[in-house]
Design a binder for this molecule. Structure first.
Ligand code: UD1
Length: 416
């Protein structure tokens, strides 16, 4: 999709299915590298980041196929070349998740060093230091991380910060290390618990995933498995924010309220009604949102991935909101686009003051990354007149069939 055109109309009404979580499936795919065998992964979202990860697996020598629309098979039986080339890592940083799994299976890994991206520097020093603590030797040569470890050994690793990616890389590496690894100050995101469930099913011994101490007892052998990906909480959050802007009533089929707990409370403070439902999450928005303050934090805090959508919604709230981005200091490029639509937002360092205006005004705007694109969709529903979002291909990286799903609940949206 190159452009997405939104014409706000009446309230939204109906059901939106929530896909499998992007940030989970990419790591599950990396985990298939751990052992020979044929994996079946269900509830896989059809998004372009999954295609990029599939390309990375194929480049390593694995065979990726689709059994049906949302069921992926990965055959990891053949020989593996433990190398993720630059053009793939550059397309998708999550390919760094292959580092730990490749080290565990092959005793070596060569992964292009990821560069900066649209929300600033994203170093991987904690991943590398942790792997060194498990016995890997790591050097950077000609833009490639070269890691070697004929045998990984369990260790106590204390993360400086609960990094999602570092926790996952270390968890994967430790599954086959000799002895016990304890990751302290581990990230607690639901996607990490999903990864642990996946590898435990494979025969790994991981305890405590989803809490800040994860203990992994290395095993000699793993086997392939079937697994269903957890629902995407960021996709659910996006449709909640869109509903807040457009108003109406939606059932987000398959979403897990527990994963969205604090966000649901925050949206509740803004005036929306959100409840767990046997089939997913039910939500209703009837009036103009009320201003609230918000700060991003590692899980279970409000996710940094939600903030752009929340800011878009707060830009039409009654009152002034103060927002703080604590994870990615450079993640504000979307603010300039919201300003073009009439939002009144002032950025100071990593803080924002959002003075709510009655309505935004539709305009041509540009998506700089996935969530920036999602924020513009939210804004478009809170605007008068038509909005054209350029570079809408960023949305395809993380949202399956967004246009179709919105049209099905009564929105006037076109993708081309
Ligand atoms: C993952 C998610 C991303 C989400 C983020 C935070 C995937 C594919 N991406 O990214 O959508 O926004 O979690 O919830 O799952 N840091 C370091 N050194 C490191 C690692 C991280 O300084 O070695 C810093 C980062 O720059 C950032 C913070 O730690 O400021 C959090 O990063 P991290 O949790 O690692 O995020 P990702 O795993 O990259």
């Amino acid at each position: 999709m190159d452009q997405m055109i939104v014409r706000p109309g009446g309230a939204l009404q109906g059901e939106i299915p929530i896909s499998g979580a992007k940030n989970s499936v990419l790591k599950l795919m990396a985990a298939t590298v751990l052992t020979p065998g044929r994996f079946v992964i269900r509830n896989v979202p059809r998004i372009s980041d999954v295609d990029w990860m599939a390309d990375s697996l194929v480049a390593l020598g694995l065979v990726v196929d689709w059994a049906d629309e949302h069921t992926m098979t990965v055959d990891a039986t053949g020989d593996i070349t433990p190398e993720a080339p630059y053009h793939l890592v550059e397309q998708m940083r999550a390919s760094t998740a292959l580092l730990g799994a490749l080290l565990a299976r092959c005793g070596e890994a060569r992964i292009a060093m990821p560069g900066g991206d649209d929300f600033g520097d994203r170093p991987i020093d904690m991943h590398l230091r942790g792997l060194e603590e498990l016995g890997a030797e790591i050097e950077l040569s000609h833009g490639t991380i070269v890691a070697k470890a004929p045998r990984l050994t369990g260790a106590r690793v204390v993360l400086e910060y609960p990094s999602v990616g570092a926790t996952e890389n270390l968890l994967l590496a430790a599954t086959r290390a000799e002895g016990v690894t304890v990751i302290e100050n581990a990230a607690r995101e639901p996607e990490i618990a999903d990864l642990a469930a996946f590898v435990n099913r494979m025969g790994a011994r991981v305890v405590g995933a989803g809490s800040s101490t994860v203990t992994i007892t290395g095993v000699d052998e793993l086997h392939s498995v079937e697994h269903e990906v957890i629902p995407d909480r960021v996709e659910a959050a996006t449709y909640l924010a869109i509903l807040g802007a457009a108003r109406g009533e939606l059932l987000l089929r398959g979403a897990r309220h527990g994963d969205l707990h604090l966000l649901a409370r925050k949206l509740g403070d803004m005036g929306m009604r959100i409840s767990p439902d046997a089939a997913g999450v039910w939500a209703m928005a009837t009036g103009r949102p009320v201003a609230v303050d918000v700060a991003t934090l590692p899980y279970p805090g409000i996710a940094t991935d939600y903030l752009p959508m929340l800011i878009a919604l707060l830009s039409v709230a009654d009152g002034t909101s103060f927002a703080t981005e604590n994870l990615f200091q450079g993640r504000f490029r979307y603010v300039g686009e919201l300003t073009r639509m009439g939002a009144n937002i002032r950025v100071e360092g990593h803080h924002m003051a959002v003075r709510g205006v009655e309505r935004l005004s539709g305009a041509p705007v540009r998506a700089f990354d996935i969530r920036a694109g999602a924020a513009l969709v939210v804004a478009a529903f809170a605007a008068e007149g038509e909005t054209t979002i350029h570079d809408a291909h960023h949305l395809d990286r993380g949202y399956e069939a967004m246009v179709g799903r919105l049209v099905a609940v009564g929105a006037d949206v076109v993708g081309r």
